[in-house]
Every structure is written in C-alpha cells, then in structure tokens.
Design a protein around this ligand. Structure first.
Ligand code: ZN
Length: 419
C-alpha cells in the first residue's frame, strides 16, 4: 500500500498502483529517447538524451508499467506535435466517449463536462454537440487551436491546484474525461484528487487507457514508451479507485489506439455496478493476466517480430530494392529504434501533407519525416506501415491515392500486403 500516487522522477522499484515490490521484469527495450521528442534539423548537431525503457508487471495487482519516470516537461514540450483531430478515424472514435457516457448517465442540459489533456478539443466537441457545456485542460500549445475552434480550453497541467481554480471559475462538473492520458501522468494521485474536487457527488470520471490485454494479444510492444507509465488491467484500476472512494460502475473494451478500456468511475461508494465489471475480471484471469507466463510469451513474440522485420529489410536492401516508412505515430519511435532501422535502411517516413511533423526527425535513428508526395513520386518497392494498428484504413486510403509499393505490416507478426 502506498500513501499517495505521485511518482518521483527517475528509477522506481515498486508498483505504481499498489506499492508492491513483487514485480516481474518482462522485456528491456534498451535506452531510448522520449518518442515524441522529434528533432529539428539543427538539433541533429547536439547530444540526445535517452532513458531506460523496461516493461514489467506487478504480481500483486497485475498493473503493467515501465520502471523509469522522465520529467513531464521533456515528454510534453510546448510544441508537442500530436493533434487528435487529424485523422478522420480517430475523430469518429473519440466522439464515442460522449455517446457512451451520455448513454449511461442522464445529465441535465448544460451540465459541465471537462476533458483532461483535451488536445484540440475533439472529445469535447462531441459533448458540446449534444447540449453539454464543455471545458478543456491542455498543457501544450495545441490549447490555442482548441480555443480558436470554439472549445474553451485552459492551457495548464491538470492537478489539485488547477482543479480548485476551475471550481471557483466554472463550478463543479458532472463528468470529467481523461482519454489516452490517464496512464501517462506521474502525478496520478494529484489528478484523482483534483477530479474528486471538481466532480459533483455521483459525477463520473471517464478514463480511456491502452489496455494491457490488447497489448499482449497483438504484441504491441511499440506502444511501450516513456509517456506510457502504466498499462492498466481492470483489476489494478479497481484497486486504485477504491482508495479514493470511487466505484467503477461499468467498463467496456474499445478499439482506440489498438485496444483500450473505457472505465466509468463514479464518485462515492454506494453505486450499482454493471455485470460487465465481473465479466471482464473473469476474462482477465482466464487470459492469464494475473500470472507471468503470458508476459514471457509476449516478450518472446516481441523479439521474434523484431528479428523477422530486421531480416526482411536486410534482404530487400541486399536485392537493391527500397524501403520507406509510412506514418509516424508516437509508437513508431519504439519500433524503429528497437529494430535499429537506420536511415541507410529506411531513408524517410512519409506523413500526410497536413501533419505537424513534416520537416522533423524521428528521435534515436534520426529518420526524416517528409510529405507523402515524395513516396508517391518515387514509388519505392516496399513501405513499412508504422501505424499498423490502423493498417487497413490507411492502406485503403493510400491505394486509392495510387500507392503501388508492397506494404510491410510489422506486427503482431511481420507480413506483406501486396498492391
Ligand atoms: Zn501492483
């Protein structure tokens, strides 16, 4: 049992949720630079900071975690190049947070709904369209884009102090969302206490986080990076929220980011709990998440996927054929660096022309990110789909635009999609 959930920086040797030291080391992905620390050309002349990237699981509460905390300001710098509104698939998925929440909770018109790490306001827009009052909290400069687009957004890190100020300025909230952010923040305790301060009694904290079962099932080792401090199971989340007087009343698995769980944690203890909760706990146990074998199998599949991809790329290059990368989500950094795909092997990564990442370089291997037009012009024989969790949608789109390259999908097992 730990007294609070606000982590120190650097190496940690206990479970971030339950405090147990009974941890099982699953895989070491080497020292890596923070995956979203894309570099400007002039930074290529400087030294680059890297940190250990090791994945482990708690044998007591079944939380997956990494064992090193990098300072937030090095991970979420003000020019953070990720914008959720960009892909149509993602916009559609993010709007489901509103549909699912408002389908379960009967809030009066004009209730306040907030989003922590609200990015460009995509999640909140869907609530606003359904009659809710909305307020975002976003630490990076993307807050400005949200405000320009009519989603009121405070540019700040969310914590207890921010929460107290918001209560004074905006009153209490009926719902607070944290989509794809709740597993990222070292000061998890401060967030939950802030949420408790802000929520009405009976209000709901809706979190969406990458789900540990999906990570193992589809070998998503590339979603392990420093921003993702924790990889939740339902069991570990129940343990966590119980300590703050919240009840997890419902849960659902959702496809976002290659497989996530959406959890509804209601403020207070006497709330009815859906049978979905017991069902998913049983599923976790049956899958083996409360044991270590399934994690060791995951590590073996990870190493095989890396070796197979390396070998395939070397074979292609030895035939004098070309390989480029397609799409540059945060996770591509882990995959490219763990697989040692340097610019000799893969000279660039193609991104759509609206991407904020064009002109930057992937950390570690320093692969330039270029407008996808170059790929269409050059027609390389092969392209590695680095956004492989959205492979189907992106491939269809690229084929329609005329891409003829064979597309290599690197995970769960390396395979090729012919044109
Ligand atoms: Zn634990």
């Amino acid at each position: 049992m730990i007294q609070h959930h606000d982590l120190p920086l650097g190496k940690i040797d206990y479970c971030q949720v339950c405090g147990s030291k009974n941890l099982h080391d699953v895989i070491d992905l080497g020292h890596q630079a923070p995956c979203d620390s894309l570099l400007w050309p002039q930074q290529l002349d400087e030294a680059e900071k890297t940190y250990p990237l090791r994945f482990q699981v708690c044998k007591s509460c079944s939380l997956g975690q990494i064992d090193y905390v990098v300072p937030a300001e090095e991970l979420f710098f003000p020019d953070y190049p990720y914008r959720s509104g960009i892909t149509a698939t993602l916009v559609e998925k993010l709007s489901k947070t509103a549909v699912s929440t408002l389908g379960r909770f009967d809030f009066p018109e004009d209730s306040l709904v907030m989003d922590i790490g609200s990015n460009d306001g995509t999640v909140l827009r869907a609530f606003k369209e359904r009659g809710m009052k909305v307020l975002g909290v976003e630490a990076t400069n993307i807050a400005k884009i949200a405000n320009e687009n009519g989603i009121e957004t405070i540019q700040a890190f969310f914590n207890e102090e921010t929460a107290q100020e918001i209560v004074k300025s905006h009153g209490h909230a009926h719902a607070i969302c944290a989509t794809n952010v709740f597993a990222h923040i070292a000061s998890m305790g401060s967030i939950i206490r802030g949420v408790e301060t802000l929520l009405e009694e009976g209000g709901v904290f809706v979190t969406e986080s990458h789900y540990l079962m999906d990570l193992l099932e589809t070998v998503q080792y590339d979603s392990i990076y420093h921003e993702h401090l924790r990889y939740y199971t339902l069991k570990s989340l129940i343990y966590l929220f119980d300590q703050y007087g919240f009840t997890i009343t419902d849960v659902e698995r959702i496809p976002n980011y290659g497989g996530s769980i959406r959890v509804f944690a209601v403020k207070g203890t006497d709330h009815e709990v859906s049978s979905n909760v017991a069902d998913l706990l049983a599923e976790e146990e049956a899958y083996g998440l409360y044991d270590t074998d399934v994690f060791d199998k995951f590590a073996a599949r990870t190493r095989k996927a890396r070796d197979d991809l390396q070998q395939m790329v070397l074979d292609i290059r030895s035939r004098g054929e070309r390989v480029v990368g397609i799409a540059c989500p945060g996770r591509s950094s882990t995959l490219v660096n763990y697989t040692s795909l340097n610019p000799d092997l893969m000279p660039y990564i193609a991104e759509q022309s609206t991407s904020l990442k064009l002109g930057l370089f992937l950390p570690g291997m320093h692969i330039p990110i270029v407008d996808e037009q170059r790929m269409f012009d050059e027609e390389p024989e092969y392209a590695i789909m680095l956004s492989w969790h959205y492979a189907e949608a992106i491939c269809n789109n690229l084929r329609k635009k005329g891409l003829k390259s064979k597309i290599i999908v690197p995970l769960p097992e390396v395979h090729i999609l012919e044109a």
